[in-house]
Write a protein that binds this ligand. Structure first.
Ligand SMILES: [Zn+2]
Length: 121
């Protein structure tokens, strides 16, 4: 079973085009829902990566925060617009690890956020 059995009898190229259209539709729906989530979220659980001073090979990097609940991300050169009041539950000094950690929304468990914040959304 390949998962596209409802497309049996349809030419492979047409199947690809059909699935591509479904993917685009789902991506659009995902963006709409994510926008609503970020608008409604109170941004209570935050991850942060600290400021990085300029060095020989690299410009300075601002501190950065991402909301664990909704994925909203902000740079903090002069403070944060929406992520100033949340609780920083995890500081991730390594920028690559910070971006990997925040690349997708995760189920809200005590591994991700403190127990008293679980189920608040
Ligand atoms: Zn949020």
């Amino acid at each position: 079973m390949s998962g596209d059995d409802d497309l049996k009898g349809i030419d492979l190229r047409d199947r690809v085009m059909f699935i591509t259209a479904q993917i685009k539709d789902l991506q659009k729906k995902r963006e709409e829902l994510l926008g609503r989530l970020r608008n409604e979220c109170t941004h209570e659980a935050i991850t942060e990566t600290p400021y990085v001073a300029e060095c020989k090979f690299m410009h300075a990097l601002p501190p950065k925060r991402t909301c664990i609940i909704c994925g909203l991300s902000e740079e903090g050169w002069g403070g944060y617009e929406k992520l100033s009041k949340g609780t920083v539950v995890r500081v991730i000094p390594d920028r690559g690890e910070f971006h990997r950690y925040n690349s997708e929304l995760k189920p809200l468990t005590t591994i991700v956020i403190p127990e008293d914040m679980c189920g608040k959304t």
